[in-house]
Design a protein. Structure first.
Length: 131
Protein backbone atom coordinates (compact mmCIF):
# COMPACT_ATOMS: atom_id res chain seq x y z
CA UNK A 1 0.00 0.00 0.00
CA UNK A 2 1.58 3.25 -1.14
CA UNK A 3 -1.05 5.76 -0.06
CA UNK A 4 -3.47 6.06 2.84
CA UNK A 5 -6.93 4.92 1.64
CA UNK A 6 -8.50 7.43 4.00
CA UNK A 7 -6.69 10.70 3.15
CA UNK A 8 -4.41 9.69 0.24
CA UNK A 9 -1.19 10.76 1.99
CA UNK A 10 2.02 8.89 1.12
CA UNK A 11 2.65 6.12 3.66
CA UNK A 12 6.39 5.47 3.17
CA UNK A 13 6.16 1.97 4.72
CA UNK A 14 4.30 3.26 7.82
CA UNK A 15 1.25 1.38 9.22
CA UNK A 16 -0.16 4.51 10.85
CA UNK A 17 -0.83 7.43 8.55
CA UNK A 18 1.21 10.48 9.50
CA UNK A 19 -1.51 12.86 8.28
CA UNK A 20 -4.85 11.43 9.49
CA UNK A 21 -3.48 8.92 12.07
CA UNK A 22 -5.49 6.03 10.55
CA UNK A 23 -4.23 2.64 11.76
CA UNK A 24 -3.77 0.56 8.62
CA UNK A 25 -2.36 -2.58 10.29
CA UNK A 26 -5.38 -4.76 9.48
CA UNK A 27 -5.60 -3.50 5.90
CA UNK A 28 -1.91 -4.10 5.26
CA UNK A 29 -2.14 -7.60 6.80
CA UNK A 30 -5.09 -8.39 4.51
CA UNK A 31 -3.09 -7.17 1.50
CA UNK A 32 -0.13 -9.36 2.45
CA UNK A 33 -2.34 -12.41 3.03
CA UNK A 34 -4.02 -11.77 -0.34
CA UNK A 35 -0.60 -11.69 -1.99
CA UNK A 36 0.37 -14.99 -0.33
CA UNK A 37 -2.86 -16.66 -1.48
CA UNK A 38 -2.34 -15.27 -4.96
CA UNK A 39 1.16 -16.78 -5.07
CA UNK A 40 -0.32 -20.12 -3.96
CA UNK A 41 -2.97 -19.86 -6.68
CA UNK A 42 -0.30 -19.40 -9.36
CA UNK A 43 1.82 -22.24 -7.92
CA UNK A 44 -1.17 -24.61 -7.86
CA UNK A 45 -2.05 -23.63 -11.41
CA UNK A 46 1.50 -24.28 -12.63
CA UNK A 47 1.36 -27.68 -10.89
CA UNK A 48 -1.84 -28.42 -12.91
CA UNK A 49 -3.93 -28.36 -9.75
CA UNK A 50 -6.68 -26.13 -11.12
CA UNK A 51 -9.27 -26.73 -8.42
CA UNK A 52 -6.93 -25.73 -5.59
CA UNK A 53 -5.71 -22.81 -7.67
CA UNK A 54 -9.29 -21.54 -8.03
CA UNK A 55 -9.89 -21.92 -4.29
CA UNK A 56 -6.69 -20.04 -3.40
CA UNK A 57 -7.53 -17.33 -5.92
CA UNK A 58 -11.04 -16.91 -4.49
CA UNK A 59 -9.55 -16.43 -1.00
CA UNK A 60 -7.03 -13.93 -2.37
CA UNK A 61 -9.75 -11.94 -4.13
CA UNK A 62 -11.85 -12.00 -0.96
CA UNK A 63 -9.01 -10.35 0.96
CA UNK A 64 -7.95 -7.82 -1.68
CA UNK A 65 -9.15 -7.36 -5.24
CA UNK A 66 -6.04 -6.54 -7.25
CA UNK A 67 -5.97 -5.99 -11.00
CA UNK A 68 -3.49 -8.87 -11.33
CA UNK A 69 -5.77 -11.30 -9.46
CA UNK A 70 -8.73 -10.27 -11.64
CA UNK A 71 -6.68 -10.85 -14.80
CA UNK A 72 -5.60 -14.25 -13.49
CA UNK A 73 -9.22 -15.14 -12.69
CA UNK A 74 -10.25 -14.19 -16.25
CA UNK A 75 -7.37 -16.29 -17.60
CA UNK A 76 -8.47 -19.36 -15.59
CA UNK A 77 -12.10 -18.91 -16.66
CA UNK A 78 -10.99 -18.65 -20.29
CA UNK A 79 -8.84 -21.80 -20.04
CA UNK A 80 -11.63 -23.71 -18.29
CA UNK A 81 -14.11 -22.64 -20.98
CA UNK A 82 -11.80 -24.06 -23.68
CA UNK A 83 -11.52 -27.36 -21.79
CA UNK A 84 -15.29 -27.55 -21.28
CA UNK A 85 -15.88 -26.76 -24.97
CA UNK A 86 -13.45 -29.56 -25.84
CA UNK A 87 -15.49 -31.99 -23.72
CA UNK A 88 -18.69 -30.80 -25.43
CA UNK A 89 -17.07 -31.24 -28.85
CA UNK A 90 -16.28 -34.82 -27.86
CA UNK A 91 -19.97 -35.19 -26.85
CA UNK A 92 -18.89 -35.76 -23.25
CA UNK A 93 -21.73 -33.58 -21.95
CA UNK A 94 -21.87 -35.03 -18.44
CA UNK A 95 -18.09 -34.60 -17.96
CA UNK A 96 -18.50 -31.02 -19.18
CA UNK A 97 -21.33 -30.45 -16.69
CA UNK A 98 -19.15 -31.79 -13.86
CA UNK A 99 -16.30 -29.43 -14.81
CA UNK A 100 -18.73 -26.54 -15.15
CA UNK A 101 -20.22 -27.24 -11.75
CA UNK A 102 -16.79 -27.09 -10.06
CA UNK A 103 -15.73 -23.89 -11.83
CA UNK A 104 -19.11 -22.18 -11.74
CA UNK A 105 -19.46 -22.87 -8.01
CA UNK A 106 -16.24 -20.92 -7.41
CA UNK A 107 -16.82 -18.20 -10.01
CA UNK A 108 -20.62 -17.77 -9.78
CA UNK A 109 -20.71 -14.38 -11.49
CA UNK A 110 -18.94 -15.30 -14.73
CA UNK A 111 -21.26 -14.66 -17.67
CA UNK A 112 -19.08 -16.87 -19.87
CA UNK A 113 -19.55 -19.85 -17.55
CA UNK A 114 -23.24 -19.12 -17.18
CA UNK A 115 -23.71 -19.16 -20.97
CA UNK A 116 -21.64 -22.31 -21.32
CA UNK A 117 -23.74 -23.94 -18.62
CA UNK A 118 -26.98 -23.04 -20.41
CA UNK A 119 -25.52 -24.33 -23.67
CA UNK A 120 -24.53 -27.67 -22.13
CA UNK A 121 -27.99 -27.96 -20.54
CA UNK A 122 -29.45 -27.44 -23.99
CA UNK A 123 -27.18 -30.17 -25.39
CA UNK A 124 -28.05 -32.48 -22.53
CA UNK A 125 -31.80 -32.11 -23.13
CA UNK A 126 -31.55 -32.30 -26.91
CA UNK A 127 -28.90 -34.97 -27.38
CA UNK A 128 -29.80 -37.85 -29.62
CA UNK A 129 -27.88 -40.92 -28.49
CA UNK A 130 -24.15 -41.03 -27.82
CA UNK A 131 -22.51 -41.10 -24.38
ZN1 LIG B 1 -4.33 9.15 6.11
Amino acid sequence: MLRCPSCNARLNERVICSRCRADLTALISAEQAAQQWFTKAVEYYLAANVEQSITALSISLGLNTTRLAIVFREFIIERQCYEILDLLAQKRVLAAKRSLYKVHFLFPYSKQLLHLNLFSDYLLVNRTGGA
